[in-house]
Design a protein around this ligand. Structure first.
Ligand code: CAA
Length: 258
């Protein structure tokens, strides 16, 4: 389908592929981008053929932030009554695995969008930052929270208070980035990783994602209890029987998502 204004949505086998496509604004995230991303996610969530989703931007920018020109005229009441940015929670609620494939600028809302995704694969050209303080605001799509959990207080404070950018090596060292690849291999690598994930049992991948995300929301003891219960429950599904039988038979597993 190509009938979105600000994104492209493709299906590459079992991989859903969303390309942010507002090149004149370096993919700044306005309300139309949000509407389009939500509509695409809604489609991909119910599409039984789709096992993983990649979100990417352009070579120059994954996304240079929320749209400053859209926000500039707004009042406190506009922001409050709209619950501005709250709808980005849709991405965090998306249950299938997501990969951000980042080249160029991932600033402000762009960095936040990438951090909501499950894996972050970055080109060697990627630059990350939360420069909101330079605009007289703070991160608003989770940056002060997800960045701090991802890279710790020392670096999160450095980025959020100075507004400086981090290059990709620093971002990987800090734990923000899953893998760094040469820019010309970014999309192929992201597709390969997404295909690998999509070749697993989808319900198991969804449950694995949910379990890792629990680590950010609860205590270690509760998280371990959650993991143990869910681990036991997997012995009720067909893909566990198939996966273990295939190992014993020395053949590749054929998962049926059951
Ligand atoms: N919002 C709206 N428009 C943006 C934008 C943004 N976040 N980022 C870039 N653009 C627009 C520019 O205004 C420019 O448009 P015009 O040609 O109409 O002037 C076009 O994209 C190209 O940008 P530049 O000419 O600035 O390109 P550059 O290569 O010189 O600089 C840049 C690139 C350093 C990324 C610079 O564009 C920049 O600093 N952008 C803003 C970054 C930023 O502050 N992001 C945080 C936004 S606030 C936020 O995200 C809140 C939150 O927590 C969710």
């Amino acid at each position: 389908r190509q009938d979105f204004e600000t994104i492209l949505l493709e299906r590459k086998g079992r991989v859903g592929w969303i390309t942010l496509n507002r090149p004149k604004a370096l993919n700044a995230l306005n309300s139309q981008v949000l509407d389009d991303v939500i509509a695409a996610l809604d489609e991909l969530e119910v599409d039984a053929e789709i096992g993983a989703v990649v979100i990417t931007g352009s070579e120059r920018a994954f996304a240079a932030g929320a749209d400053i020109k859209e926000m500039q005229p707004k009042s406190y009441m506009d922001m409050f009554l709209d619950d501005y940015f709250a709808r980005w929670d849709r991405l965090a609620q998306f249950r299938k695995p997501t990969i951000a494939a980042v080249a160029g600028y991932a600033l402000g809302g762009g960095c936040e969008l990438a951090m909501i995704c499950d894996l972050l694969i970055a080109a060697d050209t990627a630059k990350f930052g939360q420069p909101e303080i330079k605009l007289g605001v703070i991160p608003g799509i989770g940056g002060s929270q997800r960045l701090t959990r991802a890279i710790g207080k020392a670096k999160a404070m450095d980025l959020v208070l100075t507004g400086r950018n981090m290059d990709v090596e620093e971002a990987e060292r800090a734990g923000l980035v899953s893998r760094i690849v040469p820019a010309d291999q970014l999309l192929d690598t992201a597709l390969e990783v997404a295909e690998t994930i999509a070749s697993m049992s989808l319900p198991v991948a969804m449950i694995a994602k949910e379990s890792v995300n629990r680590a950010f929301e609860t205590t270690l003891a509760e998280g371990l209890r959650f993991e143990r219960r869910v681990f036991h429950s997997l012995f009720a599904i067909e893909d566990q029987k198939e996966g273990m039988a295939a190992f014993v038979d020395k053949r590749p597993a054929k998962f049926t998502n059951r």
